[in-house]
Design a protein around this ligand. Structure first.
Ligand code: PMP
Length: 351
């Protein structure tokens, strides 16, 4: 080993789902199958390239204001970042600084472990029960902070507000982050608990329900005190995280509530229909509150299905390890995309 190599920070990075550059049926990274709100397209068409000479507003004011108005919170309660990955990573850096371990589920968004390792934060994974549900009592013990997604990923399971509040209430000496990347497809958000819990941070994204994964916009909503701490860390890292285009497009997406509701409903309806199809084919589906389903089949190996689907140009997500070895996570696409998936299964299962 060369002397300088001793000082290199070595990390095992998060592995994102594949982004094939040729045309496939893409049900592997929980993108929205519908385009962003029409106003976003208009903004892009009218963008003045000359504006790009200038740095963007480091406070991302227009987007912060649009989100504050939309959720009925103060401007000082909103933090925006380059996707919720950026926001969550800033939260880890800012709020998880204890000697005690941060707690999160063993089967969850795998980036949590990566950030904990990267920032050298001690952590302890809490096992989901046999039905892949979070066990609330596991989060009652002493810890350095708590984070979990609701709905959880990749299970898709949504827990009601009483459950979420119970975990927050048992952890008022540390920060609790509820990652609500998929909340719009599920039920009530933890946002309404903010009034009662000053240790709560709710993180959401434009990547799923707002069809803007490629734009990279995420946000956190919390008390003005916590948001100030987040901003202090952000300004110590990179002042200009949000580019001009994202800011302008983000505002348009927030404004169009009717479009948002329509496309979310389409996905939720397709999900209900798809679950029935999966069950008719003999799959077991975990109860999903997300824009994806987590499925397993008693007679077909998940790894083999994954490979064969891929050969047929249908991409889904497969981890192939531990308790989820026999599961596939399948994003809800358009009705036509899902029909193609089920046609594949029908042909395969009859052979
Ligand atoms: N949280 C969860 C649970 C996710 O599944 C994802 C999507 N990969 C994210 C956060 C990050 O999404 P984004 O950075 O696109 O906002």
């Amino acid at each position: 080993m060369k002397a300088f190599e001793k000082n290199i920070r070595r990390v095992e990075p998060y592995v994102p789902g594949e982004q094939p550059q040729h045309k496939v049926i893409k049900l592997n990274t929980n993108e929205n199958p519908y385009p962003p709100a029409p106003g976003v397209k208009k903004v892009l068409e009218q963008m003045d390239a000359d504006r790009l000479r200038l740095y963007p507003d480091p406070e991302a004011s227009v987007l912060v204001e649009a989100l504050a108005e939309h959720y009925g919170v103060g401007k000082g309660q909103v933090f925006v970042g380059v996707g919720s990955d950026d926001v969550l990573s800033m939260c880890f850096l800012t709020f998880f600084n204890s000697e005690k371990p941060v707690l999160f589920p063993d089967i969850t968004y795998s980036f949590y472990k990566v950030w904990a390792e990267l920032y050298r934060i001690p952590y302890e994974c809490q096992k989901l029960d046999e039905s892949f549900r979070i066990v609330r009592e596991d989060y009652y013990k002493e810890n350095g902070g708590v984070i979990f997604p609701n709905p959880n990923a990749p299970t898709g399971i949504y827990e009601g507000l009483e459950f979420v509040e119970d975990i927050i209430a048992h952890n008022q000496d540390v920060i609790v982050i509820v990652d609500e990347a998929y909340i719009d497809f599920a039920g009530k958000s933890a946002l309404e608990l903010l009034e009662r819990y000053e240790n709560l941070i709710v993180v959401q994204t434009f990547s799923k329900a707002r069809s803007m994964a490629g734009m990279r916009i995420g946000y956190a909503i919390a008390s003005p005190e916590l948001i100030k701490h987040l901003n202090d860390v952000k300004y110590s890292f990179n002042s200009y995280t949000m580019n001009q285009t994202s800011l302008a497009c983000g505002v348009e997406a927030v404004k169009d509530q009717a479009y948002f509701e329509r496309t979310v409903k389409q996905i939720v309806d397709t999900r209900a229909w798809a679950v029935k199809q999966f069950e008719e084919l003999g799959f077991t589906c975990l109860d999903s509150g997300a824009n994806f389903v987590f499925v397993t089949h008693p007679a077909h190996d998940a790894g083999e299905l994954f490979e064969e689907l891929k050969k047929d140009g249908i991409y889904v997500r497969y981890w192939g390890s531990g308790r989820i070895r026999q599961y596939l996570r399948i994003t809800i696409g358009t009705r036509e995309e899902m029909e193609a998936l089920f046609a594949f299964f029908r042909n395969k299962f009859i052979d």
